[in-house]
Design a protein around this ligand. Structure first.
Ligand code: FE2
Length: 390
């Protein structure tokens, strides 16, 4: 292959303008989750896993072939979900110690915002800790702006403004097919968008982070689950769901509560070496199709005992899906005043018992499956016990 000419496009820092927050109606407006970025020791194989196991389509690439000597990044898409997978190529890159400490992990839950500088100025004024000051990347196809603030642990929220960028993903990226064989056509699992992203924090720290989302990002507490709501014979946890003004962004936060044995949150904190993203919930319109497809692709899901389904008709009432199909696939059901939901959880997707995924179909319910917590946490504990961590 002929060597292509590439220009490394460095980001240019924008001057900090504390007045920027005043130039828009709502500087904290968030349109959607722009992307979720996962740091992985081996980005190439991790990207392949999400492509083959979860049906994502590789869109863009940046790495040594495009002039970036120390790191590789793959951008994957499925409907409104963008997954960014990055990995270090040399020990001198700061991502190398990062993945050594935390394992493969979510680094960034990025928000799409109308005005990055306004968002950054407002969050700084409200006490955020800066992870990246407003920066612009430009090429002949337009520009992308980004700034980032820290949340729990070393996780960040980037704010991204795309300025009608017409190139491939981001200045400095090239189409995936420029360097790799295009992947053969595959079935569509039908994952539509990020429904919610859950973080685990240390015992006693949940309130601190609830206040952070309220004070810095203007979020509100949507639901609160106590350790009585979420406990098994052995372990307990507490959870609060934070949501932004439009309710488009839902970010629950868990902390472990005192109990007889080690909770799944403590296991996470131990293996992740601190707080971080526990699970990413992806929404589907047809969970039976999605789970069938993902199982065929080799995704491993948690199983609840068959007896769980004996109580579903009485607890959840009538649902349009075939209960036998739901039970056969191990999908969980729950109902609240607004309707019902169907959900299922994968086993951890990397080596450490840290990050996993949830697949969710909402039929009116805006809840999180509180009626399933007990069955679910017992299933999680069986896995924890197999790993010798209960
Ligand atoms: Fe969830």
């Amino acid at each position: 292959m002929k060597k292509k000419e590439h220009k490394v496009i460095p980001g240019e820092a924008l001057p900090f303008d504390p007045e920027a927050a005043k130039r828009v109606d709502d500087p904290l407006a968030i349109d959607a989750v722009a992307y979720v970025e996962i740091f992985a020791a081996n980005a190439k194989q991790t990207a392949y896993f999400y492509t083959r196991a979860f049906g994502f389509r590789p869109l863009a690439y940046r790495g040594p072939e495009t002039g970036y000597r120390n790191a590789a990044t793959y951008v994957l898409e499925q409907n409104d979900i963008t997954l960014v997978i990055s990995g270090p190529l040399t020990l001198s890159h700061w991502m190398a110690p990062y993945v050594m400490i935390h394992g493969d992990t979510v680094k960034d839950v990025a928000f799409r915002v109308p005005d990055v500088e306004a968002f950054y100025a407002e969050t700084m004024m409200r006490g955020a800790r800066s992870a990246e000051s407003p920066t612009i990347w430009r090429d002949e196809s337009g520009f992308v702006k980004r700034a980032a603030i820290y949340t729990y642990g070393e996780t960040v929220h980037s704010a991204v403004e795309r300025g009608e960028y017409k190139g491939c993903y981001w200045p400095g990226f090239v189409p995936y097919e420029d360097y790799f064989e295009s992947i053969p056509s595959q079935t569509e699992p039908g994952l539509m968008n990020v429904d919610h992203v859950v973080g685990n924090v240390e015992e006693g720290q949940m309130e601190h982070w609830v206040k952070f989302y309220e004070d810095v990002l203007g979020f509100k507490e949507m639901i609160h689950f106590t350790d009585e709501d979420i406990s098994t014979e052995y372990s307990a946890l507490m959870s609060k769901v934070m949501t932004n003004g439009t309710s488009k962004i839902k970010l629950p936060i868990n902390e472990p509560a005192e109990a007889k044995r080690k909770s799944q949150i403590e296991e996470y904190l131990e293996f992740h070496q601190g707080p971080g993203v526990q699970h990413i919930a992806l929404r589907t319109d047809n969970i039976i199709h999605t789970v069938k497809d993902l199982r065929r692709r080799g995704v491993n899901f948690l199983r609840v005992p068959k007896a769980y389904y004996d109580e579903v008709p009485a607890r959840v009432g009538s649902i349009k899906e075939d209960l036998a199909a739901i039970a056969g696939l191990g999908i969980l059901a729950d109902r609240d005043d607004d309707g019902y939901l169907l959900q299922i959880f994968t086993k951890p997707v990397h080596d450490r018992p840290t990050l996993f995924f949830e697949i969710i179909q909402r039929e009116g319910s805006q809840g999180f499956g509180a009626g399933n917590f007990k069955a679910l946490f017992e299933a999680l504990e069986r896995e924890q016990d197999l790993r010798g961590n209960l």
